[in-house]
Design a protein around this ligand. Structure first.
Ligand code: ACM
Length: 261
């Protein structure tokens, strides 16, 4: 199957411009699964709750319309991040769309820095979405810092992790090699580039979107400063077999009775 990332440079608050950028990058692209960055249509560095509220949307809003269009165009399952409004709460979420259907939403459970001021933390165990016989787990950016996130997805038989991101620290790409190896899963980390100086904050996003294999091999790595897309072919069967050798099955060998702390 063909999987890919879309590395973008969002303009803060300019949803239509940001949709247009992705639309341009996806011209002529065909794939099975494509991942967009965290908060790709709004930008990241909010300065007030009112601002987050005004840029947030419900699950049938412009994000859904856009992902639906792109899924039909590319033939792929599309996963992208957005500020989700649900009654009186706002979540940092990712939507999973295939053709004309919203297959579900993941709400980020580990909020980074001032996200704690703007968003409510996710309120559910990260779940696995089954599409066309493929098990896709979703986590968002800083979730990577907690090994329990991927483990929870892998134990639910996720074969591939979709990882919309707005990375500002330099550690994730290296860490994903180990995260993927010890869970024998593929991962697509889709990051953004650019700088946002807003309010008291000044973030430079690190680019370097990455597709990592079940052995921790880097299958594709994007540049730090350019937008772009990459699609690679993978054999998903490899992520279904948890044997390291004849003697070690990495899930059967776990000793949860010793992990209680
Ligand atoms: C992050 O979680 N966006 C750093």
């Amino acid at each position: 199957m063909k999987i890919g990332y879309v590395q973008t440079h969002p303009v803060f608050g300019a949803k239509e411009t940001n949709f247009e950028q992705v639309n341009g990058l996806l011209k002529g692209v065909k794939a099975d699964l494509l991942v967009l960055p965290e908060l790709f249509s709004t930008g990241y560095t909010f300065v007030s709750k009112t601002e987050v509220q005004s840029l947030s949307e419900e699950s049938d809003g412009s994000i859904f319309q856009f992902l639906k269009e792109q899924s039909q165009k590319t033939g792929a399952v599309l996963i992208g991040g957005f500020a989700e409004k649900d009654v009186d709460k706002i979540y940092n979420s990712a939507m999973i769309v295939y053709k004309k259907k919203n297959l579900g939403i993941y709400r980020k459970i580990h909020l980074y820095y001032k996200e704690k001021e703007w968003f409510s933390p996710g309120d559910k165990t990260p779940e696995v979405f089954k599409v066309n016989g493929i098990n896709i787990g979703v986590m968002i950016c800083f979730d990577w810092f907690f090994p329990e996130t991927i483990r929870t997805l892998a134990l639910q038989e996720a074969e591939i992790i979709a990882h919309p991101s707005n990375l500002v620290l330099p550690y994730c790409q290296k860490a994903m090699e180990t995260r993927c190896l010890v869970n024998r899963v593929y991962a697509i980390t889709s990051n953004r580039i650019g700088r946002e100086q807003r309010g008291e904050d000044d973030f430079t996003f690190t680019g370097g979107s990455q597709i990592t294999s079940y052995t921790g091999e880097i299958l594709s790595s994007s540049q730090k400063n350019n937008i772009g897309i990459a699609v690679v072919e993978i054999d998903i069967e490899k992520a279904r077999d948890k044997h390291l050798n004849l003697y070690n099955n990495i899930f059967e060998d776990r000793r949860p009775e010793f992990y209680k702390l």
